[in-house]
Design a binder for this molecule. Structure first.
Ligand SMILES: [Zn+2]
Length: 342
């Protein structure tokens, strides 16, 4: 064990990190970000990106950690605090999910209920009922399951009218192909979407994304719904950011009902700018959960609230036995800088 690692473990086991957190973060809101939550033995793991997925077992360990060190709060509580000064408990923490995966309902929601924890799920409205989130996840899943063969790459080359590298087996070859596709103009690259989504439709256990009526079931589980756009394209690159934010909100509100308005969004791929925030605010959004790195000073705020979030990266947080290394999570969360609004 390295010196740094030993010191971190000692700082956690001796209670030093905990005392530091009790003092420093009493009035700071920590917002954590998850994507997919799947049992270890679920076949969906075989095609999921480990960077954006956690096991159900790991998720439970995270919830135990939150129970020990935080007061988990709901999105309406957070909003009521920033807008009206309603008190929040000490060490508040908000749990968020991006994208709108079916596994959030099937596996994460029951476990959250068991702990009595609220959360907010940012749903990509255009992905509802689709086999997989977007072309990128489809490409990854096909590659990971050994189904990105030369015939498919040839079809893609023909569709685009350009040569693409073949024999995509290693991660490096996959990354090269991904880089080429990412570099294309979105309008051109979008020509591939129908084929990629159709191929992904043949993966076992699809669809992976929530169905429309499952958004209602999430609400019935006591979870809140936010928007993650329509197309999962970056909001700084889309032609019409207003359209993405307005229509996704409409679709989701039709499902969850006007009594639970969609007031918060999270920008797909973490990309946003001031124009994005202004557009969202003009459409009635009150809050953005972004990827600003840090935890959030709690205070009254009149404009749109921009909450920094911390991504829960399972590969980074596991110990050698394959369990959550609580000292690593403590070190990651407790020492974050405190961000101000505006
Ligand atoms: Zn996303």
């Amino acid at each position: 064990m390295g010196l740094k690692q030993s010191l971190r473990k000692l700082a956690y086991s001796s209670g030093f990190l905990h005392r530091y957190h009790r003092k420093k973060n009493h009035d700071a809101l920590t917002v954590v970000l998850f994507h997919r939550v799947l049992p270890k033995d679920n076949p969906e793991w075989d095609t999921a990106d480990p960077e954006w997925s956690v096991t159900l077992e790991f998720f439970r360990e995270c919830l135990q950690f939150f129970q020990q060190h935080y007061s988990v709060v709901s999105f309406p509580q957070v909003l009521d605090h920033y807008q009206h000064g309603a008190p929040l408990p000490g060490h508040p923490l908000l749990i968020t999910f991006d994208d709108g995966w079916k596994c959030n309902l099937k596996y994460a929601a029951p476990l959250l209920s068991e702990f009595g924890f609220p959360a907010i799920v940012f749903v990509t409205s255009g992905a509802l009922g689709k086999p997989i989130l977007s072309w990128q996840e489809a490409l990854f899943a096909l590659w990971k399951s050994g189904k990105l063969d030369d015939a498919k790459v040839s079809t893609m080359s023909q569709t685009l009218g350009m040569e693409l590298p073949k024999e995509i087996t290693s991660r490096a070859q996959y990354n090269r192909l991904l880089g080429i596709l990412r570099g294309l103009h979105p309008e051109k690259r979008r020509l591939l979407d129908p084929a990629l989504l159709e191929w992904a439709g043949d993966l076992p256990d699809v669809p992976f994304m929530l169905e429309h009526e499952e958004v209602v079931q999430l609400r019935d589980h006591g979870l809140h719904i936010g928007s993650h756009g329509i197309s999962h394209e970056s909001l700084v690159k889309v032609d019409d950011v207003h359209h993405e934010l307005r229509v996704s909100r409409q679709i989701l509100e039709e499902l969850v009902g006007q009594d639970q308005p969609v007031l918060c969004f999270s920008p797909p791929q973490g990309q946003y700018d001031q124009q994005t925030l202004d557009a969202a605010h003009s459409l009635g959004y009150q809050c953005a959960c972004t990827n600003r790195t840090g935890i959030n000073a709690i205070c009254r705020h009149d404009g749109i609230i921009n909450l920094g979030r911390i991504n829960i990266d399972q590969p980074y947080l596991l110990n050698k036995q394959g369990d959550l290394d609580a000292s690593k999570l403590a070190s990651l969360l407790f020492r974050q800088p405190i961000l101000e609004q505006g």
